[in-house]
Design a protein around this ligand. Structure first.
Ligand code: SF4
Length: 703
């Protein structure tokens, strides 16, 4: 801590009569390092950690409001067991942790004997403590099916970056960039990382050009130099046409592609053979050919530059190749991992929290579900295909699901099918901070501590390697437990307690930090460790099959797909009955489970809405700020309308992740807003396994 920061923090602590706990915020995945001020086991204040390079001490509204979760009366407080038949939402009675652990151990043993260990699936958010469950259910029990929620998030971008660069999560070096092209990536609306958002705006102030390609005039588009209102699902056509212009006009970096990429010559032929020109792309993406060509020239000649996407282009069945094409703009112009480019960050050396000896490890008899389902390249479980495994035994039977900090009933398309799936299980367990729609369909509900009440040690989402620590600031709410203690309790009942020998979190923390550059004690004082930002990893060789950027994807070819990205039409196209296309965007003051039962945040934004163009509003008799019915072939929702100029006609945009107590079934959240997932059928990315949320056509009328 610098002297100045140290003095400020100490003075604040004195005024508040509080102890400082250095930690991080996990209200959203960007995990900003924080200082939590605690007096008499209560949080009296919290702010950003001023020494952290992530956000230099700032936090967003939802982070600042987040300590409410430690006093939320609707928090789950006790383990609970279902008392009624599974044909309806659960009613529950309180049980002890001992009974809960015994019941889980009994069911796990029974299911393994009858169906094999792979019949048990674990699905969660990206909480690093799920590694404890991986050791228990993966290493010891033998299930290969421990997954996170990526198919409902940035699965296509992740997939594209893994196949191209062998990197799971490139960051963005906005600060050094001069030309930034963001595709369907509403950083400022979705509040995608405070330090990245800040760097983007500061870079723009210094003269970088920001181009936003999005059907919606989002918060990020509003700050852009140029908004390109693309037709939904047209991203791959536009990006491929841009690649064609760059290569045809010799604006690519010939030296870079010959040294560091595989398949450039074939890609040039592929673009030509398929006729991927701006003139071809224009009617598909709704952007005129001259603009496509101009953007291509600007992008290739203004360095350093970056082309990047997040979820938007991936919400269609053609999203995986769209994401690859977007990142190929970086690859062919040599704009990868130099200052100002997409950044292939280094990871900090963090070890596993417990060591399971090889001889104790079980050997799974079947391949993981995503492979057996026919998605061998998918970076995570194609969640939308899970009901087939539970209800039809396809590709093999799944009999038990553990959901931790995730809510498939509301977060995946086709809610009714998801409910049917949970009701079809032999055993469902939810581990949550608040009752969720999925927890209501489970047999057991276990209360988990929030990030203010437990420890996590994880990789920081900053440009350099970074370790961040979340340490318990206040006691657990009710009888809630950290995941590491829940896993330990189950392990002990299963006879594997010896592998989880820790008494307190520091015991496993020391094991995780064994090879780290600082000690756990230092980490507890600082809250984070940040290493040097390193550029130029491409020249070192990448963790791809060829060691190079795979323009030609060997993995695609081996899986029987075109090794170069192609344009294909999205699956659902509006028609006379349902003439409007849905897209989605997020809200900066909300993040699902952890915000929608928060009265402070709900006072700022208490419900979501649908945006519709003025032309469409006039056509369908829609007024601004009035409720409307949005109807798909599957279902309908009633939602507030906002009539705007800034959206492509024929498209409506729903602020996603809200509605009917979505995530938090607490008194504040319940009944607020509308959830668009009920409108959707299940469409799965054909190669990546992503949920395709925007494959949905609707009509709209006044309510
Ligand atoms: S961006 Fe906001 S909500 Fe997300 S971790 Fe940072 S302070 Fe918390």
């Amino acid at each position: 801590m610098t002297i100045q920061n140290q003095n400020l923090s100490a003075e604040l602590a004195r005024i508040k009569g509080a102890e400082i706990v250095r930690s991080f915020c996990y209200t959203c995945p960007w995990t900003c390092p924080t200082e939590v001020y605690v007096r008499d086991d209560k949080i009296v204040y919290h702010k950003g950690n001023p020494d952290s390079p992530n956000d230099i001490g700032t936090r967003c509204a939802k982070g600042m409001a987040s300590s409410y979760m430690t006093i939320d009366p609707d928090r789950l407080k006790y383990p609970m067991k279902r008392t009624n038949p599974k044909s309806e939402p659960g009613q529950f009675e309180r049980i002890s942790w001992d009974e809960a652990f015994s019941l889980i151990a009994e069911k796990l043993t029974e299911i393994k004997e009858k169906h094999g260990p792979e019949a048990v699936v674990w699905t969660c958010h990206h909480d690093p403590n799920t590694v404890f469950a991986r050791h228990l259910l993966g290493d010891l029990y033998g299930s290969p099916n421990l997954y996170t929620h990526t198919s409902g998030c940035e699965q296509d971008r992740r997939f594209a970056c893994l196949t191209l660069f062998g990197h799971v999560f490139p960051m963005h070096d906005f600060a050094n960039s001069r030309y930034i092209m963001l595709w369907g990536m509403n950083m400022l609306g979705a509040n995608q990382g405070l330090f990245e958002s800040r760097a983007l705006l500061e870079s723009k102030q210094r003269g970088a050009k920001l181009v936003v390609v999005d059907p919606v005039f989002t918060e990020t588009a509003q700050k852009a130099d140029e908004w390109i209102p693309i037709k939904p699902g047209g991203d791959s056509a536009m990006a491929l046409a841009m690649c064609r212009v760059i290569i045809d006009e010799n604006l690519h970096d010939a030296d870079f592609v010959s040294k560091y990429s595989a398949g450039f010559d074939g890609f040039r032929e592929h673009l030509r053979d398929n006729g991927y020109t701006p003139e071809w792309a224009a009617p598909i993406c709704g952007v005129d050919a001259e603009t496509i060509a101009r953007l291509a020239r600007e992008f290739a000649t203004t360095k350093p530059a970056m082309s990047a996407c997040f979820k938007g282009p991936g919400y269609y069945t053609n999203g995986a190749d769209a994401s690859r094409a977007i990142y190929l703009l970086d690859a062919i112009t040599g704009q990868v991992d130099n200052p100002g480019n997409i950044h292939l960050k280094d990871w900090a050396p963090l070890g596993p929290p417990v060591i399971i000896p090889d001889e104790a490890k079980a050997k799974p008899g079947k391949p993981p579900l995503h492979v057996a389902m026919g998605y061998p390249l998918a970076p995570d479980l194609p969640n939308s295909r899970l009901p087939e495994a539970v209800l039809n035994g396809d590709p093999y039977p799944v009999k038990a699901i553990f959901v931790q900090a995730t809510n498939p009933v509301m977060s995946d398309p086709d809610k009714d099918k998801m409910i049917e799936m949970f009701r079809g299980l032999e055993f469902g367990v939810a581990i949550e901070v608040l009752m969720s729609e999925t927890a209501l369909e489970c047999d057991l509900v276990l209360p988990e501590t929030s990030f203010y009440e437990h420890a996590e040690i994880r990789q920081g989402l900053w440009l350099g390697p970074q370790i961040i620590l979340c340490q318990p600031a206040v006691p657990p709410v009710g009888e809630s437990k950290p995941l590491y203690d829940i896993v330990k309790g189950i392990a002990q009942k299963m006879g594997w307690g010896e592998h989880f020998p820790y008494e307190k979190w520091e015991d496993w923390g020391e094991v995780v930090m064994k090879d780290a550059p600082i000690s756990l004690d230092e980490l507890k004082k600082q809250g984070f460790w940040a290493g040097e930002i390193r550029y130029g990893r491409v020249a070192d060789g990448l963790p791809t099959p060829s060691g190079k950027i795979e323009i030609y994807s060997k993995a695609y070819a081996e899986a029987g797909h075109n090794p170069y990205p192609v344009y294909s039409e999205r699956s659902v196209v509006p028609d006379d009955d349902y003439p409007l296309q849905i897209t989605h965007s997020k809200l900066s003051v909300h993040c699902n489970v952890l915000t929608q039962n928060n009265p402070l945040l709900m006072e700022i934004v208490g419900e979501n809405w649908v945006e519709i163009n003025t032309v469409d509003a006039a056509k369908y008799g829609i007024s601004d700020d009035a409720y409307v019915i949005v109807e798909s072939p599957k279902d309908n929702i009633t939602i507030l309308a906002k009539v705007v100029e800034g959206i492509v006609p024929g498209v409506v945009c729903i602020r996603h992740g809200h509605g009917f107590g979505h995530w938090a079934m607490g008194a504040v959240a319940k009944g607020k807003g509308a959830h668009s997932n009920v409108l959707m059928d299940r469409h799965t990315g054909p190669i990546s396994g992503a949920n395709c949320y925007n494959e949905c056509k609707v009509r709209i009328r006044p309510a």
